[in-house]
Design a binder for this molecule. Structure first.
Ligand code: MF3
Ligand code: CO
Length: 249
């Protein structure tokens, strides 16, 4: 069931999203060689709690941390660890969210650790830009397929691939709600977009082939071919005046 949010609900959700964005910025700023992924996770959790929110990934289907931190060929759902130190040249995807007063925010971004390769920069830029292409397509009266198509066309025109096994989603009183929001699709197909819908658009883009596989830890998703992957996500409200990005500070 797709739940449309009232203006009052969007106001509360905006606060959950502001906290989510602040936590992502806080963790992202701390990305540098030698820092552990557990330390980034701690900074994010402290920020969320300092703002009166709760980390909404923690305990979600048994997930053990505040953030998912995925490095280089790790696509999503990397588990923070005190044993995992960042190195210069890594690209570091941080995905996290906060719950506030019953509503969820969800966002992600990929950060550079020290100097990174031109190829890694181009992958990160393309992924971030593809998210904004998807957001531009998230207009009332359009369809979910318009979003996926916009993301996919942008990514594939630059020689990269979109991950298909994992998708964006509705977000509200639950972290994951209907509808699914794939990063691929056909214009004019899929669920109709309506004012009051709130969705997380989250392209996961691989430098090589689209295939991914889950590690034996049951969480970490890797590219099958070992290629680099980047991930950007915003929570977006669809309004009569167009898409509004909620996860801004
Ligand atoms: N990051 C995922 C999303 O954006 C949700 C993470 S599931 C968790 O939809 F279990 F890792 F928290
Ligand atoms: Co999400």
């Amino acid at each position: 069931m797709i739940v449309l949010k009232t203006g009052r609900e969007l106001k509360i959700m905006k606060e959950a999203c502001r906290i989510s964005a602040g936590a992502l910025q806080t963790a992202g700023k701390a990305v540098e060689p030698g820092v552990t992924t557990a330390e980034l996770d701690r900074l994010a959790e402290e920020y969320i709690r300092s703002q009166g929110g709760e980390p909404n990934f923690k305990n979600y289907e048994g997930y053990p941390a505040t953030a998912c931190i995925s490095i280089n060929n790790e696509v999503i759902h990397g588990i923070p660890s005190a044993k995992r130190k960042l190195r210069a040249g890594d690209i570091v995807s941080i995905d996290l969210g906060a719950k506030f007063d019953g509503y969820h925010g969800d966002n992600a971004a990929t950060f550079a650790c020290g100097d990174i390769s031109e190829e890694a920069k181009r992958l990160m830029d393309t992924t971030r830009e593809s998210l904004y292409e998807g957001i531009k397509a998230a207009c009332a009266g359009g369809r979910v397929g318009d979003i996926g198509h916009a993301v996919q066309a942008y990514v594939e025109a630059r020689g990269y691939t979109v991950v298909r096994q994992f998708v964006g989603h509705g977000v509200g009183t639950h972290l994951h709600e209907a509808p699914e929001v794939p990063n691929f699709g056909t214009p004019g197909r899929g669920v109709r977009l309506m004012p009051g819908m709130t969705i997380a658009i989250e392209p996961m883009v691989n430098a090589g082939a689209a295939g991914v596989e889950v590690q034996p830890d049951g969480w970490t998703v890797l590219t099958k071919d070992g290629s680099l992957s980047a991930h950007f996500e915003h929570t977006v409200a669809i309004t009569a005046d167009g898409p509004k990005i909620m996860t801004l500070i």
